[in-house]
Design a protein around this ligand. Structure first.
Ligand SMILES: C[S@@+](CC[C@H](N)C(=O)[O-])C[C@H]1O[C@@H](n2cnc3c(N)ncnc32)[C@H](O)[C@@H]1O
Length: 238
């Protein structure tokens, strides 16, 4: 074995060093870095397809992924200048999850882990937007999404990012997107494998319900981080 892999296999200290380093990186750091990559890929892949439409993020929290999408869009605009016309819509209660149904309860999805202030997020987004069109919509989805996408002037979605963790919230977000997704829309789903991998709970269930309600077909493009999945809508008639 050692012969096949040469000197590298014998350098145990290198393996120990790499392992010790990786074991110490906090999981949220790994997840967020991969989430940033995933969003960049979604923006890139829609840019080279010259897809038009808006960016919708459900679950904004402190605005880090929202601001990252703004940066990606600007840096990729040379590939598809119409991307600069993207509207960036962020929906969040900015106060956590509210009252959860029993089936949505999860040890990590608790309000105290997601306390933030809308004013701080607005200032952060304003610093990064630099002329890009943004709108943050406060409120629980059961209220803020009730009027439908047309009420916000959204006609088409280019990238949809669902990062609100629970089944009820992901379902509301995805059903809101039914009239605006198109062939080529990228749907980024965080926490897809939560609830011990159940397909009957969480974001996985919400996405299955969305596909069924819209009769869409979707193809998985890649996975990222600690259980995120990215799909592209490939057509209708699912
Ligand atoms: C994981 S955080 C979002 C993280 C953010 N996308 C990022 O990467 O920086 C989840 C967010 O979803 C929001 N949220 C969960 N359920 C919601 C609901 N029903 N209505 C509105 N916001 C909700 C929470 O307030 C929380 O800020």
């Amino acid at each position: 074995m050692a012969g096949k892999f040469g000197l590298l296999a014998k350098l145990e200290f290198l393996q120990e060093w790499a392992s010790a380093l990786l074991a110490r990186i906090p999981p949220p750091v790994v997840h967020n870095l991969e989430k940033y990559h995933a969003l960049k890929k979604a923006h890139y892949l829609t840019a080279i397809e010259e897809l038009e439409g808006d960016y919708l993020e459900f679950g904004v929290y402190t605005g880090s992924s929202f601001c990252h999408s703004l940066r990606c869009c600007r840096s990729l605009a040379a590939l598809h200048p119409k991307m600069l016309g993207t509207g960036f819509f962020g929906f969040d209660s900015f106060g956590g999850f509210g009252t959860l149904a029993d089936d949505d309860k999860h040890p990590f999805y608790e309000d105290q882990n997601f306390a933030t202030r809308l004013g701080d997020v607005e200032r952060r987004v304003a610093r990064v937007a630099c002329g890009l069109r943004t709108r943050l919509v406060p409120g629980f989805f059961s209220e803020s999404l009730k009027a439908g996408a047309a009420a916000y002037g959204i006609t088409r979605a280019r990238v949809v990012f669902v990062d609100s963790d629970t089944h009820a919230s992901a379902r509301e977000a995805l059903l809101f997107c039914l009239p605006i997704v198109q062939a080529g829309t990228y749907v980024v789903l965080d926490d897809y494998f939560s609830y011990r991998g159940s397909e009957e709970r969480g974001v996985a269930r919400a996405f299955a319900e969305f596909l069924e309600a819209g009769r869409f077909r979707a193809r998985q493009v890649f996975t990222y981080g600690m259980g995120g999945v990215v799909y592209v809508i490939s057509g209708e008639g699912g």
